[in-house]
Ligand binder design. Structure first.
Ligand code: COA
Length: 178
């Protein structure tokens, strides 16, 4: 590489401060919504980004993290701990920020916060069609476990139509939470 090009690249990398921290509503909400809309699309009322964020903030568990380049949110991960298992949700890295280790750092950060709360095992769900993210998680030590995932929307969730979640037109690429 030409010396001048090398200098510019190094300076640029030094100028970008990367930070992993707890989500802050005042500065992060609009950026996280834009990121999720780009990465996940939108599938169903119960996955509307603003609703997902409101509900997580109501939990008050400080287990929602963002990865920022300077002040710009480029990645998210949500986690939860119910006293038995830890869960990971809504892992997303902006397409232009991928393959720089941010996804792995987000997962490791969430894992260590869960471990600090006494959590012994972490689970996550991914769409069967999402082969790429399965490969990513396998690379991080996760494996497919022989389980059947079951779920039911509770009355009042805003979308209780039986079978609504499996209707093709309602499925996005990758919902924030399955
Ligand atoms: C999956 C995702 C978070 C990975 O983010 P990232 O910042 O690019 O990942 P990293 O740079 O930390 O990669 C970590 C490792 O996984 C590998 N990896 C990353 N993306 C991969 C992919 N799509 N396919 C295969 N391997 C992948 C990397 O090569 C790296 O391995 P290495 O250290 O051996 O080189 C990102 O691609 C994404 O946001 N995808 C869409 C959202 C999504 O599917 N979320 C999950 C919904 S539950």
């Amino acid at each position: 590489m030409h010396r001048a090009t090398l200098c510019r690249t190094v300076l640029f990398e030094l100028a970008v401060m990367v930070e992993l921290r707890v989500y802050q509503d005042a500065t992060d909400r609009a950026q996280v919504i834009a990121l999720w809309e780009e990465v996940f699309g939108y599938s169903a009322d119960h996955n509307a980004p603003s609703l997902v964020i409101d509900q997580k903030l109501r939990a008050g568990d400080a287990l929602f993290f963002v990865c920022c380049e300077s002040d710009r949110v480029v990645g998210t991960i949500m986690s939860g701990y119910d006293g038995h298992r830890g869960w990971l949700y809504s892992l997303a890295v902006h397409p232009l920020a991928r393959k720089q280790g941010y996804g792995e750092r987000l997962v490791r950060h969430a894992e260590s916060e869960l471990a600090a709360r006494g959590c012994l095992k972490v689970n996550l769900q991914i769409l069967e069609s999402n082969k790429a993210v399965a490969t990513f998680y396998e690379r991080l030590g996760y494996c497919v476990e022989p389980r059947v995932s079951m779920g039911r929307r509770l009355p009042g969730s805003g979308d209780d139509t039986p079978g609504a979640e499996s209707h093709p037109q309602r499925m996005s690429n990758l919902p924030p939470s399955i």
